[in-house]
Design a protein around this ligand. Structure first.
Ligand code: MOS
Length: 750
């Protein structure tokens, strides 16, 4: 048992599912005892540093490899000239999440910060100096950097396999029949994941087996992909990812730099560590692609939608595809007889975008919720009233059952807590005691409930405790804690009696920690494995004449408080320990897989819902904008741990503040270089930027989403919030800003 993956002591305030237990990894993290990938220093380890391009498009014409090799600490220099072969063509995407990777396959430069060489040395300093000595020379071509100067085309798909064009009804007819039509363009910037922990790997080979200490959101998929690149079976790849210092989507995908480091370790027969610098993560490890969205909304005399047209142009790289599926955010939420969501792609000389913090939903919802606000304004309606008239009772287009009742409660409870009913309709009509303009805005939140196939093992031991194992990742969402709570409930144990192992690819495949689907996916596998273990215990007991449960096979048993009880006579029971002891067994092991029932999925619409209400204050003279108050009400099925869930909602809402007011990677149009590739000038919220936060957990029973009734909570908080803040800025100032992030110069008016 590795200390990294074992359950440590933690403080608890109750037990089992539904209780607000503090997180198991909390003490390790705040005391610095959590070991992250780059904390590993195996014997004989070398350090790798990537040299990266400073141009966005062109060719490397010279690298001073001689100078780098002459550095006394440098062991090897990898360039396209000597890079050993890979078993999988790096120019071929690897489904489902694999992108084309830059691993020195040629001398071409396709974006700034693309790896163009890797220097391996005895120390980090020597590797860094060696990389600097390469002094690359380039043949420079002009870079396509702007939304207006890239090459547009129709993508076959957007996001990860989502349709590029979807809809129902006749949008043009709906617009023609409308009493009013609002139409506007919205622009969202490139954003970078900027996890606190950099992308890193410590790679150690042993023959044709490799151990990778690396932060990873998708262990099993990554093992398969690394196996393919290195020509070894997936099971020869061991990924250890006990902790992630943030993932945000970027650590679910393989990237060139890590592949090169693993290759270097094999080539040199020594462990190699690579940790990217902050700046080096602005390129080869994905980002949220820029969008340019147009929304057209038609409404009738009563303010009901007659048509909703969402067109999004999404930027991708010159050589691969990930199109932010922004327009699809308009599909699931509002009832309109006609909805059309369609995408175009745009090739720029930038790294390939990837999934980041509600990919598609975040940028699409930002535009949609502002557009809805504009439509409400055009109708002279209160924005909440407008949503209440237009939210969908059943899934638009399909009519499948929807959690509309829960959404209605989110609107009502959120509005009540926020005090929305005091909102004046006219903008620029509220001031605080300091003379700041005050504005209130709102937005609807929605996020799908994906379910990834997962597997788990549950072992009930003769001492009456249990070990539960599944290979997923806890990137801060609290999976270790919530999954142990699910296990405790199924196994009829106190959560303190459940040890959970995770973050290791040799464990049963826990699926992907992404798409806000980990608790539901791994949780269901754990639940099923727990039921299997209990069934095995029941078999032992009911078949044994010495057991008080003998012969209870037909009536069944109930697992509670470490005992099996006859379900028709709960007084007849015995402990798991007694059952195992008498059977002469050290343990029983339950194994199970879990996946969503495709028939249920086809018949039901599965989303988490919410409503976010925002207050901003704007300095009328300086234009400075502060989000001062956010109230979110969310319904996401059954809540396993309200403390962790509230924290997820807060995190998502803070992402929303970040999106609305702060984050943007700024590209120099002349060179394609990112001007703020660091955390000093790429702005994310610090504590002083975070408003007063309130998250209301609306109870919801969803019997269809999965047998546990658990939905996702990780990403929904950003949806709704961005639009709510932008709408509050309008309400404060009377200025409609349609380009994110909203800046002070946008709202300076006389
Ligand atoms: Mo994510 S973008 O669901 O890790």
């Amino acid at each position: 048992m590795s200390p990294d993956t074992a359950s440590p002591q933690y403080r608890r305030h109750g037990s089992n599912a539904g209780q607000p237990i503090t997180r198991r990894d909390g003490v390790l993290k705040v005391t610095g005892r959590a070991t992250y990938a780059a904390d590993n220093h195996p014997e004989g380890m070398l350090y790798a540093v990537t040299a990266v391009s400073s141009i966005a498009r062109g060719r490397v014409t010279a690298l001073d490899v001689h100078a780098a090799r002459a550095h006394p600490g440098v062991v090897e220099v990898l360039t396209p000239a000597n890079r050993p072969p890979l078993a999988h063509d790096p120019d071929e995407k690897m489904p489902p999440f694999g992108f084309r990777v830059e691993v020195l396959q040629d001398d071409k430069v396709r974006y700034v910060n693309q790896p163009i060489a890797m220097v391996i040395a005895k120390t980090l300093e020597a590797a860094t100096e060696g990389a600097a000595l390469l002094s690359p020379q380039y043949e420079v071509e002009s870079a396509r950097t702007g939304l207006d100067n890239g090459d547009r085309y129709a993508p076959p798909a957007v996001g990860i396999g989502a349709p590029a064009r979807t809809g129902h009804g006749d949008v043009e007819a709906g617009l023609a029949a409308a009493a009013r039509v609002t139409e506007a363009d919205y622009v969202t910037p490139a954003q970078y994941h900027n996890a606190m922990e950099p992308h890193a790997v410590v790679a150690q080979w042993d023959g044709d087996h490799v151990t990778l200490d690396m932060p990873n959101q998708a262990l099993a998929l990554s093992c398969a992909a690394y196996g393919a690149y290195f020509g070894i079976p997936a099971e020869n790849v061991l990924i250890r990812s006990p902790f992630l210092g943030g993932g945000f989507g970027s650590k679910a995908i393989l990237n060139g730099p890590q592949i090169l480091a693993i290759l270097a370790a094999r080539m040199l027969g020594r462990p190699v560590k690579l940790a990217l610098t902050r700046a080096q993560m602005y390129g080869p490890v994905g980002h949220r692609g820029r969008t340019w969205q147009k929304l057209r909304i038609g409404t009738d005399e009563e303010g009901r939608l007659t048509a909703l047209h969402h067109h999004a142009v999404g930027a991708t790289s010159s050589f691969d595809e990930f199109i932010e599926p922004a327009a699809n955010a308009s599909l699931p939420l509002y009832a309109s007889p006609a909805i059309l969501a369609e995408h175009e792609a745009l090739r720029l000389d930038a790294g390939t975008p990837g999934p980041m913090r509600a990919p598609g939903e975040a940028s699409g919802s930002a535009a949609l919720e502002v557009a809805m606000d504009e439509a409400a304004e055009a109708c002279g309606m209160d924005p909440l009233e407008f949503r209440l008239v237009n939210y969908a009772e059943t899934e638009p287009g399909t009519g499948r059952p929807f959690s509309s009742k829960a959404l209605r409660e989110c609107y009502a409870e959120g509005a009540k807590r926020f005090g929305w009913s005091d909102r004046p309709l006219q903008p620029r009509s509220m001031r605080d005691d300091n003379g700041f303009l005050v504005g209130w805005g709102m937005g609807t939140a929605v996020f799908p409930c994906p379910h990834f196939p997962a597997e788990a093992r549950a072992t009930v031991r003769a001492d009456g405790t249990a070990l539960v194992e599944t290979g997923g990742a806890d990137m801060g969402q609290g999976a270790w804690t919530a999954l142990a709570q699910i296990a405790a409930e199924t196994l009829g144990l106190d959560v303190d009696q459940v040890e959970l192992h995770s973050g290791l690819s040799s464990l049963p495949d826990g699926g992907i920690a992404g798409g806000s689907g980990h608790t539901a996916s791994a949780g269901l596998a754990i639940h099923n494995a727990g039921e299997d273990a209990i069934a095995r215990l029941a078999e032992l007991a009911t078949a044994d004449p010495r057991s008080p449960l003998f012969g209870a096979g037909n009536v069944g048993v109930v697992a509670r408080s470490g005992r099996l009880h006859r379900s028709d006579d709960e007084g007849r029971s015995e402990t798991y320990a007694e059952i195992l002891l008498r059977a002469g067994r050290p343990e029983v092991v339950g194994m199970a897989k879990a996946a969503r029932d495709p028939d249920v999925a086809a018949a039901h619409s599965m989303y988490s819902h919410g409503a976010v209400f925002a207050e901003v204050k704007v300095d009328p003279d300086l234009g400075q904008i502060r989000a001062t108050r956010l109230v979110g009400a969310f319904a996401a099925g059954r809540i396993i741990n309200p403390r962790l869930v509230r924290s997820q909602y807060f995190g998502g809402m803070i992402w929303g503040v970040s999106f609305a007011l702060q984050e943007e990677a700024v590209t120099d149009p002349r060179t394609g270089r990112i001007m703020n590739a660091d955390l000093a000038e790429y702005h994310v919220p610090v504590n002083a930027d975070v408003p007063s936060l309130d998250a209301i957990l609306i109870p919801e029973h969803d019997a269809h989403v999965n047998p546990l009734g658990v939905k996702g909570v990780g990403e929904i908080g950003i949806t709704g919030t961005v639009g709510a803040i932008a709408n509050a800025v309008w309400h404060a100032t009377g200025v409609r800003v349609r380009r994110f992030p909203i800046r002070l110069e946008d709202v300076l008016v006389n």
